[in-house]
Design a protein around this ligand. Structure first.
Ligand code: AKG
Length: 293
């Protein structure tokens, strides 16, 4: 048995956070933080429950994703099935499942939900066109990735508990970042890393938190995130773009060049392209270890 459960440095928790302190201590320093008492006075905190979503939005058909790595010529993010939300919620209630709803677009699918949350006054400009929900079941996981748009993410948990592991963007080589993508090698479980197979992970310095209902996690721009659902959960992410020309250029490059190129190569070469990229992730990590010696 080479896999072991690891704990990372706990993310700072505060009960309340003023705009000034948020900007000075976390936004400017690109440090994550959890605010415990954040959404208790939002309608969502009282209203949102699995039954509430089933009763009010149960007929909305949702794409469901699992965490199996894409194989061969499959696109990297392909839903495994589509179900009405109420049938998916029945699955969540039954027990562990790795089926998830990734990026439930509130404006498109359930605009009335906008009345249940607020855009907090934290001194940032929110991108109000993309409030999104995430649903997942007990023991489900979200593979380590960073967000292609380099947004500062404000992640509000309303139902259940989830463990979130974060790493600063610069650690990408130690995390086995797969070239031409925004993910790391998909079989790695960052809560149970296999150090024998992936030794560079020992040098990565991560943070973690178990997020409870009512709490907000600030995920700074570009941070890698890995999520393990401990119970069925529903969370909301609001995003704000950083004022960085460099990050904007990287976003445009990812969108206009890197992703289309990767999709084309998947179509042309299938599994051998995936194997090549994973091999490259391993050799880049090896080099990163050697440079540290
Ligand atoms: O909680 C989840 O399921 C995913 C969250 C996420 O990836 C995000 O907020 O960007």
């Amino acid at each position: 048995m080479t896999k072991e459960h690891v704990s990372y440095e706990q993310i700072v928790r505060v009960k309340h956070l003023s705009k000034e302190n948020f900007i000075r201590l976390y936004l400017k320093q690109e440090k994550p933080v959890v605010v415990e008492n954040f959404t208790q006075d939002w309608p969502a905190y009282q209203k949102w429950s699995l039954d509430y979503f089933a009763n009010n939005y149960g007929d909305v058909v949702v794409p469901l994703y699992n965490s199996n790595p894409a194989k061969g010529k499959e696109p990297s993010r392909k839903p495994v099935k589509h179900l009405p939300l109420k049938s998916y919620i029945d699955i969540l209630k039954k027990g562990p499942t790795d089926l998830r709803i990734f990026f439930f677009n509130i404006l498109k699918k359930a605009p009335n939900l906008q009345e249940d949350f607020k855009y907090p006054d934290l001194g940032v400009k929110f991108f109000k066109k993309l409030p999104v929900l995430f649903f997942g079941g007990e023991n489900g996981k979200v593979l380590l990735h960073y967000d292609i748009d380099f947004a500062n993410n404000f992640h509000f948990n309303f139902i259940g508990e989830k463990k979130i592991i974060l790493f600063p963007h610069e650690q990408k080589r130690l995390l086995y970042h797969v070239p031409y993508s925004i993910v790391s090698i998909e079989e790695i479980e960052f809560d149970y890393p296999d150090y024998k197979k992936y030794p560079a992970l020992k040098n990565a310095e991560g943070y973690e938190v178990t997020l409870k209902p009512g709490e907000m996690l600030y995920i700074p721009s570009g941070y890698w995130h890995y999520i393990r659902y401990q119970t069925p959960c529903v969370s909301l992410t609001l995003r704000s773009f950083p004022k960085s020309l460099n990050k904007t250029l990287q976003f445009v490059k990812n969108l206009a060049f890197t992703m289309p190129f990767d999709n084309l190569m998947r179509k042309l070469k299938g599994q051998s392209w995936i194997d090549y990229k994973n091999q490259k992730a391993i050799s880049n990590a090896q080099k990163a270890i050697e440079e540290r010696k």
